[in-house]
Design a protein around this ligand. Structure first.
Ligand code: GLU
Length: 503
């Protein structure tokens, strides 16, 4: 049997990072088994429709490099891939269940449903449900006569179709992540399958589509586990083979206390969406991982390990490597703590590995002045191991373009002394006669000058850095000299000597 999996988001807002992880695991599993990864838009709940959400989902997956084989914008033989366009396909199955006594019409008004819940609450029922017991007190085709039901339907009374669950039966299925799951139908309610507007609910549409799209494995978030027994019953009722199930662990807040929510992420100051999202209602902007400066491969690597553990020490995996080693069996049962510091670490690793040419181009794009190509290359090379995000190079590299106006106070106090000043001026004199120097030449000139009277390099390096950058730390000093050029270096040394008091 060929592997066919799907990612089935509802376009109700921006795609949460947990959704991207679900898509990623589906994608990895499909690619590993030469199968197909389907993107299906589950938009049956029109009241929750959010403008722009569908294209956001596609853009986010595209940025992350998770490319569907089939979907609204990708084609495929199992379309349409949007549930609202499949509207006509579901009723037939609700009707089949009705005809076989596995579903029933229910005419209860919202007020009657409320009343029922109130009544049950008063009777101290913890979890009031429309179920095998309570359904016998409600207005439905199980309690009304056949003629009455017919008359109501002909009259146009609104109705829904509910599943008729067996009263007391164990439903079992094996989840690849969680093992055997057993749930008694007494704890479930008779969920609505077809709504009064003729639209299917998520449950009916989901299993009809999974069946018709020949989905072999349903890989989705743990929040759908409570729905799985109902889905299993529906497969059995309709006489269809069940797919395999794998329910993925929740993403937890960094302290492990509860689900990672947008609220929690906002509070802790990190993104939760892959791309920027502007809420269509309040126009509030939520920053995305992309816009924060995360690289897609770092983001994917980080996400892949949130809830899945290939074993061993290795942490850096390309998409191709992930595909090769991915397996559903190695997904953890326990929730995965979200650690943004780890995401940053991955970004640093991938940033270091990027080509200078590419980085230079991005860097130049971020600068508000023109930067000569050779200089940009040298700057990104000097800085790429020192920042988490490319955009941080703008600030970290400001001193390459502007001479310091402030000097690190502690370094002045501790390292700026007569010896340093003398040596810096002596070094400046040596440089003055030279055209620009490479970092090796700069080093050579400095060390041979200092060796004349055996001044240790360490005695003047902090002062030299201070005079050139104003800072106590930073990239390789010799690279800075090469990039600034001898004229600028000499000038900066002289300015520092002029403005700083000797300690
Ligand atoms: N439409 C559901 C969602 O928004 C899909 C759940 C599933 O994968 O079955 O996540």
């Amino acid at each position: 049997m060929s592997v066919r999996v799907r990612f089935a988001p509802s376009p109700t807002g921006a795609l949460h990072i947990g959704g991207v992880r679900t898509a990623l695991y589906n994608y990895l599993f499909a690619k590993k088994h030469n199968g197909s990864f389907v993107l299906r838009i589950e938009d049956t709940d029109q009241t929750r429709f959010v403008e722009g959400a569908e294209s956001y989902i596609e853009n986010a997956l595209s940025w992350a490099g998770i490319t569907p084989d089939e979907g609204v914008s990708f084609g495929g033989n199992f379309g349409p891939y949007k549930q609202s366009e499949r509207k006509g396909r579901y009723k037939e199955f609700a009707d089949k269940l009705l005809a076989e006594g596995k579903a029933y019409y229910a005419f209860d008004t919202p007020e009657e449903l409320d009343e029922m819940r109130e009544r049950l609450k008063e009777a101290r029922v913890a979890n009031p449900q429309y179920n095998s017991v309570t359904r016998m007190q409600m207005t439905n085709s199980l309690t009304l006569s056949e003629d009455d039901v017919k008359a109501r339907i002909e009259k146009g009374d609104p109705y829904v179709i509910r599943i008729k669950l067996p009263r007391n039966e164990d439903v079992r299925f094996k989840d690849i992540v969680r093992g055997w799951v057993v749930v008694n139908t007494a704890t479930l309610d008779d969920k609505v399958l077809l709504k009064s507007d003729g639209m299917p609910t998520y449950h009916l549409a989901n299993i009809v589509d999974d069946h018709q799209m020949e989905i072999s494995h349903v890989i989705r978030g743990e929040e759908w586990l409570p729905s799985a027994p109902l889905h299993v019953i529906l497969y059995d009722f309709l006489g269809w083979d069940r797919p395999e199930f794998a329910h993925l662990p929740l993403l937890l807040k960094p302290d492990g206390n509860g689900k990672l929510s947008k609220r929690a992420a906002d509070k802790l100051g990190f993104p939760i969406f892959p791309l920027n999202w502007i809420d269509p209602v309040g126009s509030e902007l939520s920053k995305g991982f992309k816009e924060e400066g995360y690289l897609p491969d770092a983001f994917i690597n980080f996400l892949a390990l949130l809830g899945w553990n290939p074993g061993g020490e290795k942490e850096l995996f390309s998409m191709q490597e992930l595909i090769e080693i991915f397996s559903l069996e190695k997904i953890n049962k326990a929730g995965a703590k979200f650690d943004i510091e780890k995401a940053k670490w991955f970004n640093e690793q991938y940033l270091k590995g990027r080509e200078d040419e590419e980085l230079a181009e991005e860097f130049v794009g971020l600068m508000d002045q023109s930067v000569e190509q050779g200089k940009a290359l040298a700057i990104v090379n000097a800085l790429k191991e020192r920042v988490t995000f490319v955009h941080q190079m703008v600030d970290a590299g400001r001193f390459f373009f502007e001479e310091p106006t402030v000097y690190d106070e502690k370094t002045v106090r501790k390292k700026w002394n007569q010896l340093a000043v003398d040596k810096l001026l002596g070094f400046a004199e040596k440089l003055e006669t030279r055209e620009n120097v490479s970092k090796d030449e700069a080093k050579e000139i400095l060390t041979s000058y200092l060796s004349e009277d055996e001044t240790p390099l360490g005695r003047i390096m902090p002062a030299l850095r201070l005079s050139l950058t104003g800072q106590a730390g930073g990239p390789d000093l010799m690279a800075i000299i090469e990039i600034l050029g001898t004229k600028e270096v000499v000038k900066r040394i002289k300015v520092a000597v002029d403005v700083l008091k000797i300690n």
